[in-house]
Design a protein around this ligand. Structure first.
Ligand code: ATP
Ligand code: FE2
Length: 335
């Protein structure tokens, strides 16, 4: 079954095609880049409306797939920016009607995780999901994904983007800060904010800007911010691994592109005898293939919605949607 997926939750409009074994047949993406500041939702949505027809054509051409071979159309229903989600949902509804194929809504966060899980070959890993809007440690249990820990304020990616813009850069900040951090040498003191399995970033942002006002160098700031925030993420991941007795961790979301975060989590996991997997960077960032693959799983469980029930859900949470394609693992010995 070939499934087409539409991603449009925030900055990236993307169309992906996958087949039965999660082989990515094609991905065609176009990212909205604000001239200055953060994402303007309506401008981003206008961008998506403009590029989607070309992206659908390109994805089909690159995959060498004809429209009649597509068996389902999946789209990201939420969470995300309302105008952006609406643009993608409209494209998905149109294709579903045009081709007379089932329409399958997908949760964007679950999609980041499912594509990473499929590519890792790991059956039941713990998931560290770090992206622009989200920062969550997740494990499957009882029919859905459960959030064990998360950010108490902003997502780690939004935090990095905000900091970089305040330092005079442009969106996205994560990759630029990563390059800058490589030149850093001095570790500046920043608030280390871990609360059980939760984290918070806004205190680090304030403290980093205060360092800057006192003349701290940008590379040192970038290095210190990465060290502190990724250590926090590594700590909550380790706590969750220990409590859930998991033997593997998988990374997903745009911040999982970061080499230091990957290395820190890998070293922690290997130190405990656990496996760690992070997908290729092109799969970590928003892409249509992850929506297509999760749509494939959902469709395989019989999920589809009529047009009138396909409304977007900008605040849809990871733990409010079912994952009926997952099976409950046998309980661990002694638990
Ligand atoms: P969400 O999944 O919460 O909706 P998102 O849609 O904003 O997030 P993603 O593409 O998953 O988007 O992630 C984008 C984020 O990843 C941005 O905040 C960006 O700065 C960050 N990012 C990308 N590459 C890197 C990197 N190398 N290091 C750190 N952060 C990065
Ligand atoms: Fe994302």
């Amino acid at each position: 079954m070939v499934v087409l997926g539409i991603e449009s939750t925030a900055h990236t409009a993307s169309v992906g095609l996958v087949n039965d074994d999660a082989t990515i047949l094609a991905v065609a993406s176009d990212m909205y880049r604000p001239v200055q500041g953060g994402i303007h939702p309506r401008e981003a949505a206008n961008h998506h409306v403009r590029v989607f027809p070309g992206l659908v054509e390109r994805a089909l051409r690159d995959a060498g797939v004809r429209a009649r071979e597509i068996e389902a159309v999946a789209f990201a229903q939420g969470p995300g920016l309302g105008p952006c989600l609406r643009a993608g949902a409209t494209v998905a509804r149109t294709l579903s009607l045009l081709w007379d194929r089932p329409l399958v809504p997908v949760n964007h966060c679950v999609a980041h995780l499912e594509i990473a899980r499929a590519l890792s070959g790991l059956d039941d890993p713990l998931l560290l999901y770090t992206s622009g809007g989200n920062t969550q440690v997740i494990a499957y249990g009882g029919g859905r994904y459960r959030v064990l820990g998360e950010t108490l304020d902003i997502g780690v990616g939004n935090f990095l983007d905000k900091l970089w813009i305040e330092l005079g850069g442009t969106f996205p900040g994560g990759p630029a800060l990563e390059a800058e951090a490589k030149q850093g040498a001095e570790l500046l003191p920043l608030p280390y904010s871990v609360h059980g399995m939760d984290v918070a970033f806004s205190g680090i942002l304030t403290a980093a800007l205060a360092h800057r006002a006192k003349g701290a160098k940008r590379p040192d700031l970038a290095y210190s911010v990465e060290t502190t925030s990724y250590a926090m993420l590594t700590e909550i991941t380790e706590r969750a691994l220990a409590h859930r007795r998991k033997e593997a961790v998988v990374l997903g979301g745009g911040v999982a592109c970061n080499e230091r975060l990957r290395t820190m989590v890998r070293e922690m996991a290997e130190g405990r005898g656990a496996a760690m997997y992070a997908p290729d960077r092109s799969v970590c960032v928003d892409n249509g293939a992850m929506i297509a693959w999760t749509g494939h799983l959902a469709r395989g469980s019989g999920l589809a919605v009529p047009i009138e029930a396909s409304g977007i859900q900008p605040r849809q949470r990871t733990d409010r949607v079912g994952a009926p394609w997952r099976k409950d693992p046998a309980p661990a010995q002694g638990s």
